[in-house]
Write a protein that binds this ligand. Structure first.
Ligand code: NAD
Length: 438
């Protein structure tokens, strides 16, 4: 079986590598020629555990190839996946320009029947827009080539993307054609041997399923953050409350960890996009609107605590930041809470030193030399007035607190992920602030 995956970012590259791993011949395409050049040399432009080996092995076996030209590999391909970015437009709705560029490219090159599958997160109605764009290119060159549309939203998590792709809890496929069902079932069969389902549905339902999933997860995060903030006001401890509610099987324990607000390349933009989709159709999603508002508040929580602690004057304070990526095991800093904190600190006249195991390079691209970058966690806290834990990477969980205490100017820790034991830290002489804890 042969397929093409267009867009070689977090989703496209993982998709391509995992299908190649199952024996499919895959061509990964991207407009970014530097990225394609790197991939051809076996270098991975992103940090994703396990991906580099998988790409290298499948490249060596010639099942995985890379190109900037979509026509390479399309001949004989049964499926072409669109996995390009869908960033938020000015009004918050998903910007489809990359998706429609790919659609036009497909229309320009196909000569045989193909199934065009959107893996990018796209609003309801996008499949029809893609269909129209492809058909208009076919009409321009008087080509009578048939093609079918399908929607196959992706649910992988950065940091665990390979595992999620190889062992998905479910695969959602929107299609109106029996033939497409057959092809997609064949393609995904290796990944559902665990009996997890392929859920076939109409295209509109598949498209909205992805937004509904992300909006639900974002809702849980904002919900627990609000309860945490209330706990703090009332002198309760969110950790006890979290366990108390999470043990109820109707609620469950996942995604109810308080923190500094959700970030990343998906939740913020997908929450915005579903709100805008609803508005465009004359409906206000009140719950989801509140989720976004609560998250905006939460992203400032650590700064507000710091500002209060330092009496509203952060000028010339040196603050260490542990963790820059929006979550552990990724170098993705899009919409990361760390960036909100850093901007606020710099705006208030503080200086910032930061360390992250994977996201330093990405952060440097955004912040340049406005902050200092450290080579290890300890260097990042030397002579600081406070340290803020923003991403719960494993290596931050059990630091040598005595060493920290000896290096910091002031022994103050702002734990944005509640990973430390406040009693232990206080016994070591630290002043500790968490989220929603006594
Ligand atoms: P990304 O920014 O990492 O990668 C997108 C890639 O598409 C880039 O390499 C870019 O150069 C390429 N591209 C843009 N226009 C192109 C074109 N015309 N032809 C070929 N390549 C082109 O994006 P991502 O994080 O992989 O996300 C892709 C889509 O998947 C988005 O819609 C996103 O919402 C969705 N998604 C992302 C995740 C995630 O965790 N990152 C999870 C599920 C779904």
């Amino acid at each position: 079986m042969r397929i093409v995956v267009v867009g070689s970012g977090y989703v496209g590259l993982v998709t391509g590598a995992c299908f190649a791993e199952s024996g499919v011949n895959v061509t990964c395409v991207d407009v970014d020629s530097a990225k394609i050049q790197q991939l051809k040399q076996g270098k991975i432009p992103i940090y994703e555990p396990g991906l580099e080996v998988m790409v290298r092995v499948n490249s060596e076996k010639k099942r995985l190839t890379f190109s900037t030209d979509i026509s390479e590999g399309i001949d004989g391909a049964e499926v072409v996946f669109i996995a390009v970015g869908t960033p938020p437009g000015e009004d918050g709705s998903a910007d489809l320009k990359h998706v429609l560029n790919v659609a036009r490219d497909i229309g320009r090159v196909i000569t045989k029947h193909i199934v065009v599958v959107t893996k990018s997160t796209v609003p309801v109605g996008t499949a029809e827009k893609i269909r129209t764009a492809i058909q208009s290119e076919l009409d321009k060159r008087n080509a009578a080539v048939s093609f079918d549309m399908a929607s196959n939203p992706e649910f992988l998590k950065e940091g665990a993307a390979i595992d999620d792709f190889l062992k998905p809890e479910r695969i959602v496929i929107g299609t109106d054609k029996e033939g497409t069902k057959e092809i997609m079932t064949r393609l995904y069969m290796p990944f559902v041997l665990n009996n997890h389902p392929i859920l076939f549905m109409d295209i509109a339902s598949a498209e909205i399923t992805k937004y509904a999933a992300n909006a639900m997860l974002a809702t849980r995060i904002s919900f627990i953050n609000e309860i945490a903030n209330l706990c703090e006001i009332l002198g309760a401890d969110i950790n006890n409350v979290r366990k108390g509610i999470g043990s109820d099987s109707r609620i469950g324990s996942k995604f109810i960890y308080p923190g500094t607000g959700y970030g990343g390349s998906c939740f913020p933009k997908d929450v915005k996009a579903i709100l805008q989709t609803a508005r465009d159709n004359g409906y206000e999603l009140n719950v989801i609107r509140a989720v976004e508002k609560a998250n905006d508040y939460q992203k400032n929580v650590i700064f507000n605590k710091m500002n209060k602690f330092f009496g509203g004057d952060l000028r010339n304070r040196l603050i260490g930041i542990w963790g820059l990526s929006f979550k552990p095991k990724t170098d993705d800093i899009r919409e990361a809470s760390s960036l909100v904190l850093i901007e606020k600190l710099l705006g208030a006249g503080a200086r910032v030193k930061a360390y992250d195991p994977a996201a330093m390079e990405e952060t440097r691209k955004v912040l340049g030399d406005r902050i200092e970058y450290s080579n290890d966690p300890y260097e990042a806290v030397a002579d600081t007035d406070a340290v803020a834990l923003m991403t719960e990477w494993s290596e931050f969980h059990l630091p040598d607190f005595n060493r920290l205490a000896g290096m910091m100017k002031e022994k103050v820790i702002f734990d944005g992920r509640n990973i430390y034991d406040p009693a232990l830290l206080r016994s070591l002489g630290f002043i500790y602030f968490g989220i929603g804890r006594k």
